[in-house]
Design a protein around this ligand. Structure first.
Ligand code: PGA
Length: 267
C-alpha cells in the first residue's frame, strides 16, 4: 500500500483516498470501537484499491494509533487541525510535531468549519499546510464556496483564490503529493450533495489552478477529494467523475458499516 500517486507509463494513476472526518464526535473508547468495526467490514482488496484515513478528535488519536499499529490495520491516521508552530505559548493548541510523533499521516487544514467558526484565513491555512509538510505529514487542504457565492456565479473566483492563497509557496514536488478537498459549504452536513458533474467540473478547475501554480506534473498527481453529504448511496456517482480522487466524509463516517460501504464504492 502506498499513499503516493503511482505513475503507470505516461498516465498518472492516483490512488483514491477516502477519509472520515469525525469532527467533535466520539470519545476514545467509541473511537476504538468504530475503527474495529469499520475494519471488520473491509477486505484486503478494499485497502489495495483505496487509501482509507480516519481523522478522530485529538483525544482519540493515541488510542486509534495503538489499535491500528497493534492489529496491523491498514487505515491511516489523520488529525483535524493543528497549529503552525512547533511549540510555545499557544494555550489549547496542538503542534504538528506532536501529531507527527503520533504517526499521523494526514492533517486537515482549513476545513470550512475552521474558516467560518474559528476565523482561519487562507494565510493561516497556508502556514499550517507548510508546517504539516515540513513535519513529514500530508495536508488535506479544504476549499469550497458558500451558497450565495455559487448562486452569484462566483464559485471559480472564490475557490481559485482559496487554492492560490492556501498553497502559496509550496514547492512543485510538494504540491503533487498533497491532498485538496473540494467541499462546497452548502453541501456540508446538509444532505444536499453537489451534482457529481458539477463537483467534477470544480475539481477539474482546481487541478488546473494547481497546474498554473506548480506545473503539469503536480496537477497530474495531486489528489483532489469531494466532500459534502457523501453517503454510501451517492459515492459511486461522485467517484465516477474521473477528476475526483476520493471523498472527505463527515456524518456518514461515524457509522462503521456506512463508512465501509463508502470505501467499497466499486462493489
Ligand atoms: P458531511 O461533512 O459529510 O457530514 O457533509 C463533510 C465534511 O465536513 O468534511
Amino acid at each position: 500500500m502506498t499513499d503516493r500517486p503511482r505513475r503507470t507509463g505516461e498516465a498518472v494513476a492516483r490512488k483514491p483516498i477516502i477519509a472520515g472526518n469525525w469532527k467533535m464526535n466520539l470519545n476514545h473508547l467509541e473511537a476504538i470501537a468504530l475503527v474495529q468495526k469499520a475494519h471488520y467490514h473491509l477486505r484486503e482488496k478494499d485497502y489495495d484499491a483505496v487509501e482509507v484515513v480516519v481523522c478522530p478528535p485529538f483525544t482519540s488519536l493515541r488510542s486509534v494509533q495503538t489499535l491500528i499499529e497493534g492489529d496491523r490495520i491498514p487505515i491511516a491516521l489523520g488529525a483535524q487541525s493543528c497549529h503552525w508552530e512547533e511549540k510555545g505559548a499557544f494555550t489549547g493548541e496542538v503542534s504538528p510535531a506532536m501529531l507527527a510523533r503520533l504517526k499521523c499521516s494526514y492533517v486537515i487544514a482549513g476545513h470550512s468549519e475552521r474558516r467560518a467558526l474559528f476565523g482561519e484565513t487562507d494565510e493561516v491555512v497556508n502556514r499550517k499546510a507548510k508546517t504539516i509538510i515540513a513535519h513529514g505529514m500530508t495536508p488535506i487542504v479544504c476549499v469550497g464556496e458558500r451558497l450565495e457565492e455559487r448562486e452569484a456565479g462566483r464559485t471559480e473566483e472564490v475557490v481559485g483564490a482559496q487554492v492560490r492563497g492556501s498553497l502559496a509557496g509550496i514547492t512543485r514536488e510538494q504540491l503533487g503529493a498533497i491532498v485538496v478537498a473540494y467541499e462546497p459549504v452548502w453541501a456540508i452536513g446538509t444532505g444536499r450533495t453537489a451534482r457529481p458533474e458539477d463537483a467534477g467540473a470544480v475539481v477539474g478547475f482546481i487541478r488546473g489552478v494547481v497546474g498554473e501554480i506548480g506545473g503539469t506534473a503536480a496537477a497530474d498527481s495531486v489528489r483532489i477529494q469531494y466532500g459534502g453529504s457523501v453517503t454510501e448511496g451517492n459515492v459511486a456517482d461522485i467517484m465516477a467523475q474521473h477528476e475526483i480522487d476520493g471523498a472527505l466524509v463527515g456524518g456518514a463516517s461515524l457509522d462503521a458499516e456506512k463508512f465501509a460501504l463508502i470505501v467499497r464504492y466499486r462493489d
